[in-house]
Ligand binder design. Structure first.
Ligand SMILES: Cc1cc2nc3c(=O)[nH]c(=O)nc-3n(C[C@H](O)[C@H](O)[C@H](O)COP(=O)(O)OP(=O)(O)OC[C@H]3O[C@@H](n4cnc5c(N)ncnc54)[C@H](O)[C@@H]3O)c2cc1C
Length: 423
């Protein structure tokens, strides 16, 4: 018996077939072709780079301008030690040079986050697409890879509905599982697992936090530019962070929350997580009480509800209102009891928010999990189990914060794979 399905399909052969047209796949394809190899990149969407086009709020936080590899890699936790070899080949400085040489100057903003000067993610996509076209990469879109065929430590072919693609070497660059509407639906994780690699189950990461309380949703659009948030697991303080927080119609967001989401998820596995927000982290209780008394003194005959804007940071009125009864809100300021004053002070320093979960893959910037790094030779991104398979980008199990670190990983792992493949 022969497989009629395969027999019907036309065959195509290249030196290198890259599966997945995200940033890491495009970099790998472009570099391999630049070295003179015949390369095809297979992309399921109508165009390559759909996720890249929406990165950084469409401005593309392309890298993080920490030029010292050792310091840069401290952001990757346990994975950092695996990354010295690829970063010694293509570092943050290489990213600057790569894009600036191709007419896209970069600018460094707060916390070393780096963007194209044009502030357009689309321009980054355009550079990558041109890099591939200039080097004659065959770009095949609207072509989801549906099947991987392998045997004895070799990937034999990958198949779309129409073609069987054979190649001397394959690069899997299908991304993680975050923002699946951009095409990253976790296909690569399934294939790699099926052919014998160890894959840590993906979970949403760098993701906003879900809060079910209505009063939090009502704060949607408000941000506290300087606050301290502390997370408690089953009543015991776990960790705190200071910075900016954004309230949304589903809960909490902003860079600080996104970068706390990994730790919060670990806590959620073990029990109830409550966050406490200190709206005045720079003011101790004694000073806060003095300020409050001064405000009360100046507004003795007003109703408490009318002086709330003088007590809380801008935009936070409804939060305090939601925690007071109608009777309390209608109390004249001169009649506010000591207990009520203490309650208000505690609220300002420890506003409690119950964390219900995360917003899931749809809202996640990256997915945690992926192929274990022990099974990849990090000097060239080649699988240790398959002699003609390379893996790049979000498919790798590397946890990292937001701030340009994910895309830098794509540029580095993609370049290194494309630069070494076929050697
Ligand atoms: C909203 C958002 C904003 C972000 N902003 C930033 C930022 O500013 N800075 C930063 O560093 N990182 C950012 N990231 C993360 C960054 O975009 C990813 O780390 C990066 O895109 C991963 O690149 P990749 O090449 O691994 O895969 P992806 O970009 O996920 O691309 C994988 C490609 O493979 C294709 N594919 C999947 N399965 C198949 C298949 N079966 N057959 C063929 N093709 C397939 C997909 O369609 C997709 O085009 C952001 C992520 C999101 C969701």
């Amino acid at each position: 018996m022969y497989n009629t399905e395969v027999m019907k399909k036309e065959k195509r052969h290249f030196d290198v077939v890259v599966v997945g047209g995200g940033p890491s796949g495009m970099m790998a394809a472009g570099r391999a072709a630049e070295r003179g190899l015949s390369v095809a990149i297979l992309e399921k969407n109508a165009d390559v780079g759909d996720k890249l086009k929406i990165t950084g709020g469409r401005r593309c936080n392309i890298t993080n301008a920490e030029y010292d590899n050792r310091k840069f890699l401290q952001n990757f936790g346990d994975a950092g030690k695996f990354l010295f070899s690829p970063f010694s080949q293509f570092s943050v400085s290489s990213t600057f040079k790569f894009f600036e040489k191709r007419g896209l100057p970069l600018v460094i903003e707060a916390r070393k986050r780096t963007f194209p000067r044009t502030q357009k993610a689309y321009d980054v996509y355009a550079v990558m697409k041109k890099y591939m076209k200039d080097n004659k990469v065959t770009i095949v879109t609207n072509s989801p890879v549906l099947k991987i065929v392998s045997s004895d430590g070799v990937v034999e072919n990958v198949q779309t509905i129409q073609y069987v693609y054979t190649a001397d070497n394959f690069i899997f660059a299908t991304g993680g599982a975050s923002a699946p509407e951009t095409g990253s639906t976790g296909d690569g994780f399934k294939w790699l697992e099926k052919i014998g690699h160890s894959v840590k189950k993906p979970s949403p990461n760098v993701v906003p936090l879900r809060v079910d309380e209505k009063w939090v949703h009502e704060l949607s659009g408000t941000s506290l530019s300087f606050m301290k948030i502390s997370f408690f697991l089953n009543g015991v303080r776990s960790f705190s962070k200071t910075g900016k927080i954004l309230f949304t119609h589903f809960g909490l967001s902003g860079p600080l929350i996104l970068n706390s989401s990994y730790e919060v998820q670990q806590l959620l596995k073990d029990g109830e997580v409550v966050a406490e927000i200190d709206m005045f982290p720079d003011t101790d209780l004694g000073l806060l009480e003095k300020k409050l008394l001064k405000t009360f003194d100046a507004n003795k005959n007003k109703l408490l509800k009318n002086i709330i804007p003088d007590i809380v940071p801008e935009g936070m009125n409804s939060a305090l209102e939601a925690h007071l009864t109608d009777e309390e809100l209608l109390t004249k300021v001169h009649s506010i009891t000591v207990d009520m004053r203490k309650y208000i002070m505690t609220f300002l320093k420890k506003m409690p928010v119950n964390i219900a979960g995360t917003m899931g893959f749809d809202r996640a910037v990256i997915s945690d999990g992926g192929i274990t790094l022990e099974e990849i030779d990090m000097k060239d991104m080649k699988s240790k189990l398959y002699k003609n398979l390379y893996v790049t980008g979000d498919l790798l199990n590397i946890n990292r914060p937001s701030g340009g670190f994910s895309l830098q990983l794509c540029w580095t792992t993609g370049y290194v794979a494309g630069d070494s493949i076929g050697e």
